[in-house]
Design a protein around this ligand. Structure first.
Ligand code: NAD
Ligand code: LIP
Length: 509
């Protein structure tokens, strides 16, 4: 796409775009009146268009998501097709916004024109990435893919030769943080209890993988089991210095995921947390800022929560008052097995339960006293169902003249087929943000986005958000923000959907 504007230049491998950012300051006056002052801030975005060779390292590579993600990269790269009872299937990236969604760029006459997201700004081609990772299970990726029971056998057969030589590196295993039922899987772990040694091993793994594959950069993503929350402790988790010291002292409350995150950050790589646990404790956030590294989290937004943050947004913005939400699901994969343990379930429950508060909190007409509603999460482990999650959601709302509205959803699918495309998007969009800088009038130098990359909230159930930054769960607002950041960096206006050129056409006087 070539943007025809005096505000955009394409020089020296950069897209440099000016963007007039419109916002409003609100003052609440003593008499209760709101004084709203619109304002415009002139930004300049600079995007490096040089596409790097990207290395991806997954923690939990041998899991259902890790194997399905890897299989998807290979199947698409080789343009595989395979047979199922529904006939011939071909590889695709459905469920990935970078590969299968579009962004409106303008109108041609009365035709609204949409471009694939990955053509609005230059992204890494998934075909060109190299992948590795760690797992507490020693199975190679082909064996692990079969164990996962996600993909059709005909596809598994075709992928086997390409995945059997992919072997996860030895992993950090602190059994107290994941369900005891995972112990039988743990035959590929780093010896000993010295957390500093574990940290240095992970750092070495990252360096060696990067050098061996001649990568320009590496991004690490956690798709291992959900850990219990660590007990945030002053002097341990509160500062970067204390987290590093706690690792040196092999502090018990430092989780495996936090050691992976610290190792990643110390190697100058972005770290993404696809699970709900509080890996990114305040000290890790401070370390990421000190080391100028992006951190993203938490917990892939893939199924019930994705629908919920769209549905509740629709209900509340329609003036309908959700009063009760019950989200139930059962599944039989290893994630479900791990979540059958109370402490690990609590991590997931917290993540799934926290996703509507900002939406209900936005409407004081419906929720004048409190924005808290009945919201229950139930997850049951039923081995026979495997990765095919059966999810049932019930939404009860108050409507006009004391009426009640009941909405029930039933959705079934392989959970990993929802998560794998999201893993790709998290990685590719994080990598893009590593190539973007901004400047506001008056700033001497270009800066990078806030290292807590909450712009990727659309992809996370519980978006990690920096202090003094609004938390947004509304799916529409998250996607709109992401699309508009892409457009701003490309030199286009944000879309307000007014279509004034058609509704208020310029007429000859
Ligand atoms: N739709 C989804 O699948 C979905 C959605 C949101 C979040 N998640 C989260 O993603 C994570 C992975 O899901 P999954 O279905 O792939 O689970 P999984 O159990 O199949 O895979 C997790 C893998 O991590 C490995 N592992 C556990 N602890 C490890 C450690 N310390 N180091 C390295 N490897 C370790 C396990 O051996 C396993 O292979 C879970 O935390 C899950 O809650 C999944
Ligand atoms: O994404 P979502 O459907 O809201 O939540 C899902 C849970 O319902 C499921 O039980 C769990 O296994 C997945 O990891 C995922 O977190």
């Amino acid at each position: 796409m070539q943007v025809n504007s005096s505000n955009v230049t394409y020089e020296n491998g950069f897209i440099q775009a000016s963007y007039s950012y419109k916002s409003s300051n609100v003052e609440k006056l003593e008499n209760g009146t709101l004084k709203v002052t619109p304002k415009t801030t002139e930004y300049t975005f600079k995007t490096n268009t040089k596409i790097p060779k990207l290395g991806i390292m997954l923690v939990g590579w041998g899991g259902n998501n890790g194997t399905t993600f890897t299989a998807g990269l290979l199947a698409n790269k080789m343009k595989l097709s395979w047979f199922t009872k529904r006939g011939e299937q071909t590889a695709n990236y459905y469920g990935s916004i970078t590969q299968a969604s579009t962004i409106k760029v303008g109108c041609s006459g009365s035709e609204e024109v949409y471009l694939p997201m990955n053509q609005v700004l230059p992204l890494v081609n998934p075909d060109d990435v190299v992948i590795s990772g760690w797992d507490i299970s020693a199975l190679n990726l082909s064996q692990a893919m079969k164990r996962a029971q996600v993909l059709e056998y005909n596809l598994i057969e075709k992928l086997d030769p390409y995945m059997r030589d992919m072997v996860p590196k030895k992993a950090i295993y602190y059994e107290d943080f994941i369900a005891a039922n995972q112990k039988t899987r743990a035959d590929n772990i780093l010896e000993g209890h010295n957390k500093l040694e574990h940290l240095e091993t992970i750092r070495k793994d990252i360096r060696e993988f990067k050098a061996t594959n001649n990568c320009d950069k590496v991004i690490v993503l956690w798709t291992a089991n959900t850990e219990r929350f660590c007990q945030l402790t002053p002097g341990v988790h509160d500062t970067a210095e204390n987290v590093l010291k706690a690792i040196e002292n092999s502090e018990a409350e430092i989780s495996a995921s936090t050691v992976y995150a610290v190792a990643t950050i110390l190697e100058g790589c972005s770290y993404i947390n696809g699970s709900p646990q509080n890996t990114l404790v305040p000290g890790v956030i401070e370390l990421a800022k000190q080391k100028d590294v992006f951190i993203v989290g938490d917990d892939f937004k893939s199924g019930q929560t994705k629908i919920k943050t769209s549905l509740v947004d629709f209900l509340v913005s329609a003036g309908i008052k959700p009063q009760s939400i019950v989200s139930y699901n059962h599944l039989g994969n290893n994630d479900g097995k791990n979540l059958s343990s109370e402490k690990q379930f609590k991590s997931k429950e917290l993540s799934k339960k926290s996703c509507v508060d900002d939406i209900t909190g936005s409407n004081k007409i419906l929720y004048p006293e409190t924005n808290k509603i009945d919201h229950e999460i139930v997850i049951k482990y039923v081995p026979y169902t495997g990765d095919s999650k059966k999810a049932m959601d019930e939404y009860l709302s108050e409507i006009f003249l004391g009426g009640q509205h009941t909405l029930v959803l039933y959705n079934v699918c392989e959970d990993s087929l929802l998560a794998a495309p999201i893993i790709l998007d998290l990685i590719l969009i994080t990598e893009l943000f590593e190539r973007i800088e901004y400047k506001v009038d008056g700033m001497r130098t270009f800066q990078r986005f806030n290292r807590v990359l909450s712009t990727l909230g659309y992809l996370c159930k519980a978006p990690l958000t920096d202090e003094n930054t609004p938390l947004v769960n509304s799916l529409y607002r998250q996607k709109n923000a992401l699309d508009n950041i892409f457009k701003a960096c490309a030199g286009l206006h944000a879309d307000d959907n007014l279509l004034l050129e058609f509704k208020c056409p310029v007429t000859e006087e």
